[in-house]
Design a binder for this molecule. Structure first.
Ligand code: TRP
Length: 464
């Protein structure tokens, strides 16, 4: 196919889009965060609530975001500009571009640890200790090393930039087509390893037997917040990937695939991790340190642990990489579409900028550990601002825009493209989507948002 050099790129195939978007969704959120928040919030009971959030809020909003992108064939700022004259909506897109930088800045730090841990596992470093304490000390000694922390963050950013530099089809799509199958195979190997250890049943029981009393109002909010993060919602990542889609493809079925794969991978990761954590008698509720502190101890105790430790951190790094490229791509698409920059220049300049913004987060574990904004380190601030403010607010405004501002008749015309069969044969699916995006999503996201910025707490205090 001959293309005008200024033509906007598109995915080569439907599966290319599904893999790239699943790659964005499946990341540290699934493998690092989901298992430990499930562990902290009562296992199965939490998972149950989480699945409901994914189905009634996550999936409908994925459809909405992808639709905005595909319709306008633009980055988040351009997408709102194309559909509304009001500057306010364009600034919602602008907030997404900023969120891209903010999320990358802390995401790349954890991803850098994961990259560094590949090296540590190859060096066999985990076999020098067998108690959590030593593993913790080891983790702290690595993260308190400025060169290690910033160096691996830089290496990870460079990998991310390299893929985005190569373009939508040759970089992101090709990279996803190679990395996603590897990710799935490694995860299956780890799951089988975990399930065949003696004592694995306890881990499965932990994940699948609900302890309802551990579930609090707070856990419901955590579940909904995580549904957003894990599906890459609220900042235009799905919108940007949707903007490279052609109107021949079915958004509904693609979105179901993305959400299904993301959920499946989180559950398999949970199984792989908790079966081995329980089989080796480790603490399942270790929190954020579960992966970097508890698992290395698990590997020293599990037969074949050396190989499995390398595979695990390779898996985690691949998952983080396919997510980070989507974060950077939001920023790049903005500079390419709106500022008419060449992709290569945008990647080099903005990738370097993203790295610079990430440095204070990387230093939050060593020389800047005592520098606090509102009581939080740079790393925690970036995480808090993105996950508790920018993403829920962005998600809320995006769903309001699709459901109430764009004009629902136009929305349906666009959604129908590529999905004619669903409209003809299963109109109830369309009606359900309409109800979820119009009422459920805005109301429930507002509750989470108000809660996470503490307003709800203040209002409740007034009544007590
Ligand atoms: N979804 C990814 C994860 O679970 C993180 C991520 C990538 C993300 N792109 C995003 C989160 C955009 C919010 C918005 O790790």
């Amino acid at each position: 196919m001959i293309q005008n050099s200024n033509a906007r790129e598109q995915w080569g195939s439907k599966i290319g889009f599904v893999l790239a978007a699943s790659g964005s969704a499946i990341g540290l959120g699934n493998i690092w965060k989901f298992p430990y928040i499930a562990g902290e919030n009562g296992g199965a009971a939490f998972i149950f609530v989480y699945l409901i959030c994914i189905a009634i809020i996550g999936l409908p909003v994925v459809v909405g975001e992808v639709l905005l992108g595909r319709t306008t064939q633009r980055n988040p700022v351009g997408a709102f500009r194309a559909l509304s004259k009001s500057k306010i909506w364009a600034s919602v897109g602008g907030m997404g571009v900023i969120a891209g930088f903010v999320i990358l800045s802390f995401y790349a730090v954890v991803a850098g640890w994961s990259t560094g841990y590949i090296i540590e596992s190859i060096r066999g470093s985990f076999f020098n200790f067998d108690e959590t304490l030593t593993s913790e000390v080891y983790f702290n000694s690595l993260t308190s090393n400025v060169y290690w922390n910033v160096g691996f963050m830089m290496l990870f950013m460079a990998l991310t930039m390299g893929i985005v530099y190569a373009g939508v089809q040759k970089g992101i799509e090709r990279g996803s087509k190679i990395m996603m199958p590897i990710l799935i195979v490694i995860l299956l190997i780890l799951m089988i390893r975990g399930m065949t250890l003696s004592g694995a049943e306890e881990g499965l029981a932990f994940l699948f037997n609900p302890e309802w009393d551990k579930l609090t109002g707070q856990s419901v909010l955590v579940a909904l917040g995580h549904a957003f993060f894990t599906l890459s919602l609220g900042m235009g990542a799905m919108m940007t990937y949707g903007s490279y889609m052609s109107s021949k493809d079915n958004i509904l079925s693609s979105s179901v695939w993305i959400v299904f794969l993301d959920t499946l991978i989180a559950l398999i990761a949970g199984i792989a991790i908790f079966t081995s954590v329980f089989a080796t008698g480790q603490n399942p509720a270790a929190g954020p340190g579960l992966i970097f502190q508890t698992l290395p101890v698990v590997f020293t105790k599990v037969p074949g642990g050396f190989i499995f430790s390398i595979l695990f951190f390779l898996l985690l790094t691949i998952a983080a990489l396919t997510s980070a490229i989507s974060l950077l791509e939001v920023v790049i698409s903005y500079f390419v579409d709106e500022k008419k920059w060449k992709r290569h220049r945008a990647v080099l300049v903005m990738g370097f900028f993203a790295f610079l913004i990430g440095v204070p987060s990387a230093l939050s574990f060593n020389i800047l550990a005592d520098v606090k904004l509102f009581g939080l380190t740079f790393f925690d601030t970036a995480d808090f601002v993105a996950s508790n403010i920018l993403l829920p607010l962005g998600g809320l405004l995006i769903s309001i825009f699709v459901a109430w501002v764009w004009g629902f008749d136009k929305v349906l015309v666009e959604l129908k493209k590529g999905a004619e069969k669903v409209f003809d044969e299963s109109p109830f699916i369309i009606n359900a989507w309409k109800m979820f995006i119009k009422y459920f999503a805005p109301v429930l996201i507002s509750i989470v948002f108000l809660h996470s910025i503490g307003v709800l707490g203040l209002i409740l205090d007034l009544f007590n």
